[in-house]
Design a protein around this ligand. Structure first.
Ligand code: NOJ
Length: 490
């Protein structure tokens, strides 16, 4: 027997829905994603410039779990037509991929535009559109030109203009056909993980300065690139531009940690969102205060957490057409005990808040990354966004499940099923304006410091085969059925 439920929201809207009706609304879009360094290979073909990931993986191979790199990866540079076949097989509405900045602009600057780079991305975009698949393009997915790193990378304030110049070239070349753009993917990982642990390129440890300069400059870079679209291209091309943030849900260990857990969400989500999405702009006030206090305690003569000028606040505020949300993990949070060491942000703890991460044993884990997947976390986060920044269109720009491989990936299907339930509840019960879901990833790929050991793919890739054969996993059929029917069977 199915039961029917009328919630307050649905009653107010004059609709009710039933438990058997686990469906996504008509028009909901499903896609899948990859990024340039993780799949393209052809790292030095033609006039392509070196990226910080080329340098990072080549210089010290032990930085990568299996000593590998993205030199060939899935060889999508040559096999993009096969990728499109797989996307057609899946029936996705769109494909999210990234442009490699140094492939398009070998020097990092628009003085040279690579013909080969332009040809490659034109082929991919046109090939997708021929099959009715929308291209959804990320401009920056961690592969900064090494030439720009040599000038300080994200810690140099000029990088914001250099990024906007690159974005301008990309819009001018592809904006007639690409209507969905993301400026930057997971700045949290590019700034915080990178400068706290050096587990990401460029391999520099600078938690007190690098991470925060990067935080500020990446927001400015995003905003400038958004403004270029707005001022030069929007009227003609009428697309949408935003940034993709990695959000983490923090659950208090006990009621006494509730305030700390809220601060942690402000720290994680707010440092990359408040400036863009809040009415007042700038840093989340509570975090700005804590950072100023931490700076004094550490004895710095000048605050190590940068401030914004009023002009910068105005420049960044409102630079979005939707909220791009990447979700992978939740943590429990508690205040550190007297003398307890707090591990590195963002995966172990939050030293700035003197807070320690943990897990709930009822949350599902994977046997690979160790972190828990807590499907409810994504619903809590969307709720949090609505409460803090108002009702806006939300696009899940990434979410996925890692394992060690195998074609019969029932664990991944179970994960997607649990996640989709939460999305449907968010839409139907919480009135969240969620329009897109992007599964990470189309196929196994170079998983950064885990190399090829961690598998996220709907398709398995045989990395020992020069053809890099892509084989459908059980989850491809599951995803394909959900896309086609817009329904999950609960
Ligand atoms: C998010 C990143 O954008 C992507 O590059 C990475 O592979 C996945 N998370 C999985 O870790």
């Amino acid at each position: 027997m199915f039961w029917c439920k009328v919630t307050i929201v649905s009653a107010l809207l004059g609709v009710s829905w039933c438990a058997e009706d686990w469906t996504f609304p008509p028009g909901f879009k499903f896609g899948t994603a990859t990024s340039a360094y993780q799949v393209e290979g052809a790292w030095n073909i033609s006039d392509k410039g070196e990226s910080i990931w080329d340098r990072y993986a080549h210089a010290v191979p032990t930085r990568i779990k299996d000593g590998s790199n993205g030199d060939v990866a899935c060889d999508s540079y040559h096999l993009w037509q096969t990728d499109i076949e797989k996307l057609v097989e899946l029936g996705v509405h769109y494909y999210r991929f990234s442009i490699s900045w140094p492939r398009l602009l070998p020097s990092g600057f628009p003085n040279i535009i690579s013909e080969d780079g332009v040809r490659y991305y034109n082929n991919l975009i046109d090939g997708l559109l021929e099959k009715g698949i929308e291209p959804f393009v990320t401009l920056y997915h961690y592969d900064l030109p090494q030439s720009i790193q040599d000038l300080g990378g994200w810690t140099n304030p000029l990088v914001a203009d250099w990024f906007a110049d690159y974005a301008n070239v990309a819009y001018s070349l592809f904006g007639d056909r690409v209507k969905m753009w993301l400026t930057i993917n997971e700045p949290l990982m590019a700034c915080d993980l990178s400068f706290n642990t050096a587990k990401q390129a460029p391999g520099i440890v600078s938690p007190d300065h690098g991470a925060y300069l990067c935080n500020k400059h990446i927001l400015l870079a995003h905003a400038k690139a958004y403004r270029v679209y707005d001022n030069v291209y929007r009227a003609e091309y009428n697309g949408e531009v935003s940034i993709a943030n990695l959000l983490i849900w923090y659950d208090p260990v006990t009621a006494a940690d509730a305030e700390l857990a809220e601060l942690a969400v402000q720290y994680n989500t707010g440092r990359y969102s408040h400036a863009i999405y809040s009415k007042e702009g700038g840093w989340p006030p509570a975090i700005e205060e804590i950072m100023a206090e931490n700076s004094r305690k550490k004895g710095y003569k000048r605050p190590n957490f940068p401030s914004f000028t009023q002009d910068e606040i105005e420049l960044i505020k409102g630079t979005y057409d939707f909220y791009g949300l990447n979700y992978y993990m939740s943590f429990t949070l508690r205040a550190a005990a007297e003398g307890e060491t707090v591990g590195d942000y963002p995966l172990i703890g939050i030293p700035d808040l003197n807070a320690v991460h943990g897990y709930r044993k009822e949350w599902p884990t994977t046997n690979v990354t160790g972190y828990t997947l807590n499907p409810e976390g994504i619903r809590n986060l969307m709720d949090w966004l609505k409460k803090n920044y108002g009702d806006m269109k939300i696009v899940i720009t990434e979410n996925g499940y890692p394992n060690l491989g195998g074609l019969d990936d029932r664990d991944r299907i179970e994960f997607y099923q649990g996640l989709f339930k939460q999305l449907i509840l968010a839409i139907k019960e919480d009135g969240i304006n969620l329009t897109h879901y992007t599964a990470w990833a189309l196929m196994d790929n170079f998983e950064w410091s885990s190399g090829y050991t961690t598998k996220y793919g709907l398709y398995e890739v045989d990395f020992s085969d020069p053809q890099r054969t892509r084989t459908a996993r059980a989850s491809t059929k599951y995803y394909k059925d959900v896309i086609k029917s817009l329904r999950i069977n609960v």
